[in-house]
Design a protein around this ligand. Structure first.
Ligand SMILES: Cc1cc2nc3c(=O)[nH]c(=O)nc-3n(C[C@H](O)[C@H](O)[C@H](O)COP(=O)(O)O)c2cc1C
Length: 346
């Protein structure tokens, strides 16, 4: 972060970082992958506002669908966007799943960034994404994983603290994690977990992160297509209302996650075999049954007992006050962070 060179009438370049230089963004902010909530519309809105927009939830999609949405993004925004993949279970007996490989190749040839989450950093995946022309990132939760990601060839990494909403990889809070990760690697580090205000963004940048990754705030973005019942719960919640749990592990075991405590209590009480139904964006007419304790995200296609569904939320949930346009969220965080960082320079 360059905080020293321009003073007086010149704008202090507090928001120019290794991340903005590498990616060509104007704001050091990445919208998180968030299953199908990280839709093309959300990614485009964040990219238009100068951040890094991400699409996710596409690992099991047909390659033609992935090509269509990424080609569409090229037409709809001149900003920077990437594709996020959860790679838990993409290898069987050590061999990469053939369908996943196709989707990955399609994404790598169209997105500026291909990003992976979960598992140990994997040089073969990084190589495939590089071969398609993308920069490669890995979201991780420890300094040893950060070193492994850099060694595997990643161009940037995301350090995720336990404050984060959704699945949580690491065991420690963000500031402690940054303290371990930043001295361990040379690549730009994006800070994730609990960042829902410009103040938290400024703190992460001041600590040495090159950008911040924001998830929960964007769940309540207009473009995310989140079910209103879920958004209302986020608006009503505070940081103390979230919990790190394994309550929603039926289809993804041994993977801790942060949700609203109320949904853990509700699913404990829930009786019945099906908690709701939902559809995937590439097959809107196909209804998929959701079982209690399944990991999935409730978007506007979802029906059922919302209280007992996983209501993913980070400690950043305090920042969710109302439904907002994604561009407004980016500008709000960037303006507040910039103001604070400039003030600290005076
Ligand atoms: C609703 C939701 C879904 C998520 N799904 C994904 C995902 O598909 N891929 C991923 O890499 N991370 C996922 N995450 C975790 C985020 O990448 C990120 O680490 C987290 O949102 C940061 O914390 P915050 O929510 O406090 O901003 C998800 C988070 C949320 C809130």
């Amino acid at each position: 972060m360059n905080r020293t060179t321009h003073r007086g009438t010149e704008r202090v370049a507090v928001l120019q970082t290794k991340f903005t230089e590498l990616l060509g963004c104007t704001v050091p902010l990445q919208q998180a992958g968030m299953g199908k909530l990280a839709s093309p519309a959300l990614a485009a809105a964040v990219a238009d506002a100068g951040g890094l927009g991400m699409v996710s939830g596409i690992g099991a999609a047909p390659p033609e669908y992935v090509a269509k949405i990424l080609d569409g993004l090229h037409r709809s925004t001149s900003g920077v966007f990437g594709a996020n993949f959860i790679v838990d279970g993409v290898r069987e007996s050590g061999k990469l799943d053939a369908d996943f490989l196709k989707v990955l190749e399609v994404a790598a040839s169209r997105a500026s960034v291909v990003e992976f989450f979960y598992e140990q950093p994997d040089a073969e995946l990084v190589e495939i994404a590089h071969a398609g022309g993308a920069l490669v990132s890995w979201q991780l939760g420890s300094a040893s994983e950060a070193v492994a990601a850099e060694r595997a060839g990643c161009d940037l990494i995301v350090a995720q603290g336990t404050e984060a909403g959704g699945h949580v990889r690491g065991k420690i809070g963000l500031m402690a994690l940054l303290g371990e990760v930043l001295p361990s690697v040379k690549v730009p580090v994006v800070a994730a977990g609990g960042i829902g205000t410009g103040r938290a963004m400024a703190a992460a940048l001041a600590a040495g992160a090159s950008a911040v990754r924001v998830g929960t705030r964007f769940v309540a973005a207009e473009e995310a297509g989140t079910h209103p019942a879920y958004v209302d719960k986020l608006i009503a919640a505070e940081a103390k209302d979230t919990i790190l749990t394994e309550a929603f592990s039926a289809n993804w075991p041994n993977a801790p996650h942060r949700v609203l405590r109320s949904c853990v209590e509700a699913v404990d009480r829930f009786q019945g075999e099906i908690v709701g139904e939902t559809s995937q964006p590439w097959a809107p007419d196909v209804r998929v049954a959701v079982h209690p304790r399944d990991s999935f995200v409730a978007d506007k296609t979802t029906t059922g007992t919302f209280d007992a569904m996983p209501l993913w939320a980070g400690e950043s949930v305090d920042g969710v006050k109302r439904v907002q346009k994604a561009g407004e969220i980016v500008r709000e965080l960037a303006t507040e962070a910039e103001g604070l960082l400039r003030h600290w320079n005076d």
